[in-house]
Ligand binder design. Structure first.
Ligand code: NAP
Length: 497
């Protein structure tokens, strides 16, 4: 464990230093909210030498395929601290997300999103005591974006969840709860359906919870968590979850406190931290002096805490809260159709409130947050006893399941396999069940080895694949069926016995 960051630590080092911070203004409303936040941080009297860098739209436009130029990577590698605005990602087409690339390049494995009711910002949930933190795993899961079109009409995205990734994020969530004096951590997963991937997060959560006996550890199914968040949000203190779940849940949580314009976040790695608002580039309001810069300014306040500038951080937070509590300066998203001011005027109001404190909002005291130490090596456990008992071969075909099944069953004999079943998008269709399946041209054919061994030699698999190919079937993917310590390391199809 290493001491690294306090989100709400009230101690202040006396010395005054100049901090080097990389800044990416970003796309859409990014430059407006970044300018606002930098004005406030500068006005708070902190000395920051900004290294302006580029990523996202402008980088894509000049042909940087990843959206993150090497000069930007070099700057972050130097400063270890990035303050960034939102970056636009083409939706449904085009290049990878430059945001995700930045998070993954620097292994910022935790996305921490505090959500607390804000004085002077009325919402449907005002008075319900919303005060929670979403701790989202930040580099794994479907978000890794490992996708393939397996047939011209069927797409696949790999959901990779590792024990190491789960251990880091779960431990961080408990450490955060401990540092902030919180007494309950929920783990939100879809382990009832995805028993191996989401189930791994649940399993690791239950194991690690035993190291934190003073903290109540509760598992909750993610859809119920969304429901409970809008019914009784005050029951939640810390929610730890997988990447995509956390992405969706944390936007929902922003809605509990007034909208995306109010939610700051930090992406934490072992020694790099990225501070950014939860919201995106909001192209619909870009360049119109309408954006709410609160989330960006509060992300800046968390950045100041990270730099050890505790007094300035609290001054900035208090100035924002006092401005909102007073209610004279509101950007359009918080004005509910009433009189509003622009981004720039709101920013001036925040600066004018530096030195003020909100009446109805006490900062949460906290000890420094201990970030789990980097774990050496790709694996942390002794290899289990393992056996390979078969193989799933995925084929593309327009034929009916009965035709595919009878052909492949005959073909398997003589190659050391029997065909156990065929499924279509996870539902068994061969041998036929009394079920209706609207099949597509993507079939998972499950072959079990007729003799059991520690592994299936590659040449055995190659002979099976060759036989499949020679018989005129097009295969596009295979997956070994393994057992670890005697436990099947794969799931059954729906309807498979
Ligand atoms: P979005 O940019 O967060 O905007 C959704 C809506 O929320 C906006 O249309 C606006 O609503 C409101 N909003 C968001 N931030 C606001 C602010 N600061 N002040 C006032 N209103 C605000 O989400 P999106 O439209 O789904 O995504 C747009 C682009 O941003 C996409 O390319 C996406 O990939 C990217 N994105 C980037 C990040 C990131 O960089 N971390 C995160 C999320 C999305 P109104 O309609 O009420 O004006």
């Amino acid at each position: 464990m290493s001491k690294h960051l306090s989100l709400l630590d009230a101690t202040q080092p006396p010395h005054r230093v100049t901090h080097r911070v990389t800044a990416i203004a970003g796309d859409g409303i990014g430059p407006e909210v970044m300018a606002a936040a930098r004005r406030v941080l500068d006005a708070a009297g902190v000395s920051i030498a900004w290294e302006d860098a580029e990523a996202g739209g402008a980088a894509f436009a000049r042909g940087v395929v990843s959206g993150v130029p090497s000069e930007t990577i070099a700057s972050i590698a130097r400063t270890r601290v990035l303050f960034k605005g939102p970056l636009e990602t083409p939706v449904g087409h085009g290049g990878k997300s430059a945001n995700v690339t930045l998070r993954k390049l620097f292994e910022t494995f935790a996305n921490v999103r505090p959500v607390r009711e804000i004085p002077g910002v009325p919402t449907r949930f005002s008075g319900s005591g919303v005060d929670l933190v979403v701790v989202r795993e930040n580099v794994e899961d479907l978000y890794a974006g490992i996708e393939h079109m397996q047939t011209p009409e069927v797409a696949q995205c790999l959901k990779l969840i590792s024990r190491k990734g789960c251990e880091k994020i779960v431990r961080l969530a408990f450490e955060l709860a401990r540092a902030e004096g919180r007494t309950r951590v929920h783990c939100a997963t879809k382990a009832n359906i995805m028993k191996l991937t989401e189930g791994l997060m649940k399993k690791v959560f239950e194991e690690i919870a035993t190291d934190y006996p003073e903290i109540e550890a509760k598992h909750i199914i993610i859809d119920n968590c969304a429901h409970q968040l809008v019914m009784k949000p005050q029951q939640f203190q810390v929610i730890v979850t997988t990447n995509l779940n956390g992405d969706i849940l944390s936007d929902l949580c922003s809605g509990l406190i007034g909208g995306l314009g109010f939610s700051p976040s930090v992406n934490l790695g072992h020694d790099v931290a990225i501070f950014e608002p939860v919201h995106g580039s909001a192209p619909d309001i870009a360049g119109q002096d309408k954006a709410n810069p609160t989330a960006m300014i509060l992300s800046g306040a968390i950045l100041l805490r990270h730099l050890g500038e505790m007094e300035a951080a609290i001054r900035v937070e208090n100035a924002v809260l006092a401005t909102l509590e007073e209610g004279a300066a509101r950007t359009p998203d918080m004005a509910a159709g009433g009189p509003s001011v622009g981004t720039r005027a709101y920013t001036e109001a925040v600066i004018a409130h530096l030195g003020c404190a909100p009446k109805d909002h006490a900062a949460r005291a906290a000890a420094p947050l201990r970030i789990p130490a980097r774990m050496a090596g790709a694996s942390m456990r002794p290899a289990p006893a393992r056996a390979a008992i078969g193989v799933d071969v995925f084929i593309e075909s327009e034929s009916e399941p009965e035709a595919i099944g009878s052909a492949l069953a005959a073909l398997a004999v003589g190659h050391g396999f029997e065909l156990k079943m065929i499924s279509n998008r996870g539902t068994q269709v061969y041998p036929a069940r009394d079920a209706e399946t609207d099949c597509v041209n993507h079939w998972r054919c499950r072959f079990l080895a007729t003799s059991r061994a520690a592994d299936i030699p590659a040449r055995t698999l190659a002979r099976l694949l060759e036989a499949i190919e020679v018989a005129g079937w097009r295969w596009m993917h295979i997956e070994k069926l393994q057992e670890f310590d005697g436990v099947p390391a794969y799931t059954r199809a729906q309807g498979e016995d």
